[in-house]
Structures are given as structure tokens and as C-alpha cells.
Ligand binder design. Structure first.
Ligand SMILES: [Fe+2]
Ligand SMILES: [Fe+2]
Length: 302
């Protein structure tokens, strides 16, 4: 089922089920003096990725064709993800009146496309797809929690806390469906871990770096043409490094502990034992080392 095919009435019904809406955000409390320019850059990028959830819903609708109950929930999921993009985009336009969210989004989707013709998951099975979705929701729930802890601007803090709550629910939603599919597909923890690690590795593909570029180097002004990039050419390595420094430096050790626990759970590995403790230490060390390298490459300060 494609979201585009849902009737306005069903969309309204799904909207009514949302936990929060743009109208709940205390926009009047916006404090321009508390906007951090570095955080603003990653918020713009996040807004574009979130707003692209419509395409992911179409992809998932193809992969899970026939599982009507699950697809109904996917519609709700996509509506919530799109709202994340709307909230972050609106905040970014308040923080930077020259930022054009819609034009930046057009540039992002013109250069980054999801394969909407796929009929089977690129993870090899429906369980594999659900593990991948759990990894993504782990990333987003931890990221918005870390961001909420780091920001001082009250409206952005509210938005990040609200989104973090949604992302944790999304993780549980995909995890519950993973358990259902595993009863039939029976992937071993090793197979699950392999899929999980490969999805983690993909965080350095084009999606985030191109979103970062599209948000920060195209359509910088509402007075400029939508495809005007100000002469800045896209370079995946460069923008991945910039994004890494600006986004992941907000993580603290306890955020990473949570990441590891959620990833292990999705892979069917004990989250309390020796392996979990060692993995948490290793993950924190790897992240710190990754940020150090990116900072050196970009010469960006913390
Ligand atoms: Fe989201
Ligand atoms: Fe989510």
C-alpha cells in the first residue's frame, strides 16, 4: 500500500493518533540568542532525511506487500517521521531566516534516491529488513536524546525530546514485528549481527552527507535559485567528516551504552552480560576515535 493511495479520511484518522503535533511545540519560546550555529547545520540535514520518509514507506510497502496490519502501522510511522522533518525544518527556518526548507529538500531528493522498484529487501529477508529498521531507530532515538541534552534553545530541546520519544516507540514497533517474522524465518544471532553491523556501516553512505550538503550549501537564501549551491561542489568524504564532527560529538558514554544495548537486543544477543559490557566500551572508543579523525580531517573545533 502506498501512502499516496490513502484517502484523506484515513490520513486524518492516523494523524489523530499521533502523540504530539506541530501545534504542541512552544514556538513562542524560541530564543535566537541560544541557537548554536553548529547544531543548526545538523538540524537542517536531519530535517531533510526525516521529511523523506514518504519514500521509505513506499519501499517498505513493497517489501511487506500482503502484511496489511503491518502496512497500516507503517503509514502511521511515516506520518510521524515526516512530522519530525516538518518540526526540525520549521525550527531551522526560524533560526536561520535565509534557510529554505522546501527548496533544500528538492535538491536533496534530486540527488539522493531510494530504490522504490525493489520488491524484496536488500537485507535478504523481511526479518533482515526489520533488523535494519531497528538499527535506524536506535540511531535516531539516541541521536535526538543526545541532541536534546546538548542544546540550550528551548524550542529545539522540546522538539528533540518529542522526536526521541517517537523514535524509541518506532524501535519497539519494528522489534515486535521482527520477533513475529523470526518465528518463521529463524535467523541466528550471528546472521542478525551481520545484518546489524552492515546497516551501522551504511551511516557513512550518501544519505546523511548529501543531506548535510543540500541543507547547508544549496538554497542558502530564499532569494537564490533552488539549485544554486554557491559554488560548493558535493564531496561525500568531506561532508561525512563535517557531519560526523558536528553530530556525533554530542554523544556521551551513556548514550552509546544505550545504542549498544538496543543493537544487541535486535540481534538476539544478551544485553547484560560480558559481551554487552565489552561492546559498549569498544563502541565508545570507536566513536571517540572516529570523531578525532574527522576533526583532524576537517580542522573543525568541537
Ligand atoms: Fe524520525
Ligand atoms: Fe523513527
Amino acid at each position: 500500500m502506498n501512502l499516496a493511495n490513502t484517502t484523506p479520511a484515513s490520513r486524518e484518522a492516523l494523524k489523530a493518533k499521533k502523540n504530539w503535533s506541530l501545534g504542541d511545540v512552544p514556538w513562542e519560546q524560541f530564543d535566537a540568542s541560544r541557537v548554536c550555529p553548529e547544531i543548526l547545520k545538523v538540524v537542517k540535514a536531519a530535517a531533510l532525511v526525516e521529511y523523506n520518509a514518504h519514500d521509505y514507506a513506499t519501499y517498505l510497502s513493497n517489501i511487506f506487500a500482503g502484511d496489511d496490519e503491518f502496512l497500516k502501522e507503517i503509514q502511521q510511522w511515516a506520518i510521524e517521521e515526516i512530522q519530525h522533518g516538518e518540526a526540525l525544518g520549521r525550527w531551522a527556518e526560524m533560526a536561520d531566516p535565509t534557510f529554505n526548507f522546501e527548496a533544500s529538500f528538492k535538491n536533496f531528493t534530486a540527488g539522493y534516491k531510494i530504490d522504490l522498484s525493489a520488491k524484496e529487501s536488500i537485507r535478504g529477508s523481511r526479518s533482515g529488513e526489520l533488523i535494519s529498521r531497528c538499527i535506524v531507530e536506535t540511531g535516531t532515538s539516541s541521536y535526538y536524546t543526545a541532541l536534546a541534552d546538548a542544546v540550550n534553545e528551548p524550542v529545539l530541546k522540546y522538539i528533540c525530546q518529542s522526536i526521541a520519544g517517537d523514535e524509541l516507540r518506532h524501535y519497539k514497533f519494528f522489534y515486535n514485528n521482527l520477533k513475529r517474522y523470526l518465528e518463521v524465518e529463524k535467523l541466528s544471532p550471528m546472521q542478525r549481527l551481520k545484518i546489524g553491523l552492515s546497516r551501522i556501516h551504511e551511516t557513512e553512505d550518501d544519505e546523511l552527507s548529501f543531506a548535510y550538503y543540500s541543507a547547508n550549501h544549496t538554497s542558502l537564501s530564499k532569494n537564490r535559485a533552488a539549485n544554486d549551491n554557491g559554488g560548493v561542489v558535493y564531496n561525500r568524504q568531506q561532508f561525512t567528516e563535517e557531519y560526523t564532527v558536528r553530530a556525533y560529538s554530542k554523544y556521551r558514554a551513556h548514550h552509546m551504552d544505550r545504542v549498544v544495548s538496543m543493537v544487541l537486543k535486535a540481534c538476539g544477543i544478551d544485553t547484560q552480560g560480558f559481551v554487552a559490557k565489552a561492546a559498549a566500551k569498544l563502541a565508545w572508543f570507536s566513536l571517540a576515535s572516529r570523531i578525532r579523525k574527522a576533526r583532524k580531517a576537517t580542522k573543525l573545533a568541537a
